[in-house]
Design a binder for this molecule. Sequence first.
Ligand code: COI
Length: 355
Amino acid sequence: QAAAASLPQVCEPSVYSDEEYADIDWNNLGFGLMPTDYMYTMKCTQDDNFEQGQLSPYGNIELSPSAGVLNYAQGLFEGTKAYRREDGRLFLFRPDQNAIRMQIGAERMCMPSPTVEQFVDAVKQTALANRRWIPPPGKGSLYIRPLLMGSGPILGLAPAPEYTFLIYASAVGNYFKEGLAPLSLYVEDESHRASRGGAGGVKTIANYAPVLKALTRARNRGFSDVLYLDSVNKKNIEEASSCNIFIVKGNVLSTPATNGTILEGVTRKSIIGVARDLGYQVEERSISVEELMDGDEVFCTGTAVGVAPVGSITYQNKRVEYKMSAHPMCRELYSTLVGIQTGLIEDKRGWIVDI
Ligand code: COI
């Protein structure tokens, strides 16, 4: 069997730079790719077991033109972040949840997956090797992107004969160009992101290219992101291209139930936990676009996006602006989450993982 993705040159930890910070402008981080020093690669061949992985300098990889991922989109990705605290501690936020989600996605996409321990260890190694790219406290984070792909060559439609787990990282700040200002969302009623029985609930690469057309059209019209409706009734909201959505009415927080068409976001899950701890009623259920437009406040969540207030929604030429422009519940939930991450609030659930 020809190896499809050849491993780059391996590095020993002794070559890591001891310099504390990379020489970049930490005050202007956005979400553009800023390649870091190292990436991590681990392969799986015949027996569904991943072998010992290794760090190597960040760079291009070699793939067979007939790799399963290139031909049949047999691939998944994850997103998690490493942060730096005021006391210098470096930590990850719930990386085990990304590992479990990758396992669920791999099962759906007919791929073997790393164990939770392998995944978390690899993320830690990648973050540590690139620690000079973890921004100063409050300036951003190191976005860590684990990939799982069918890297082996295949022509007829079938699972690839070899898999590669690869992690790279980039220093990031705010996802949206709006920064922390409220977003404007466009509700798409022509195309759909996911359908029942499909793969919308897992983080396959195949879910992202199909939204680019609607997203580009909306961005060209000045919107921040696109919100998709369910493909059956075309009336219930699902998620945005890059994040989950929440609506506040009175003291109740609601979000669309994940029923196989909506991604189970780690930030979504964490915000639900934080809101329940603070005594709010949280409902996971169907939410119509009309109900969304009648909300007091609306916000989006995601690893890349964080917790982002929504200022307006546009649906079929009707635009609503939210009355609660200060987004009090969104702010309270976000500051509680950040409090847990920065150590100001006790981490009772063991969400913080030191590296
Ligand atoms: C993330 O939040 O980590 C994502 O993968 C979203 C992506 C569209 C940037």
